[in-house]
Design a protein around this ligand. Structure first.
Ligand code: ZN
Length: 91
């Protein structure tokens, strides 16, 4: 039971981490969702690591105009991590 619930929560979190970090105005998280995501990131190393990758990518994008292109490997890793989080409970 708890494993299923954890997996579902990772799936849930994986779909929201990027929205949360980007504060996407087109699809904002509710306060309740942000709170729940926070709680999950505090207890799940896998999703916390994914969130860290997203943060790194955002920093790279933020400095893109002043410097060079963001690390394409980091961008690819972030995409893969998110895909894995979302796909894992599908099987
Ligand atoms: Zn998780």
């Amino acid at each position: 039971m708890s494993t299923l619930s954890t997996m579902w929560t990772c799936h849930w979190a994986g779909r929201r981490i990027q929205r949360y970090l980007d504060a996407d105005p087109a699809a904002p998280l509710t306060a309740q969702e942000a709170h729940r995501l926070h709680r999950h990131l505090a207890t799940c190393a896998k999703c916390a690591s994914a969130a860290e990758d997203f943060r790194g990518l955002r920093r790279a994008l933020a400095t893109w105009s002043q410097h060079r292109t963001p690390d394409p490997q980091l961008a690819a890793r972030v995409r893969d991590t998110a895909r894995q989080l979302i796909a894992e409970d599908a099987g």
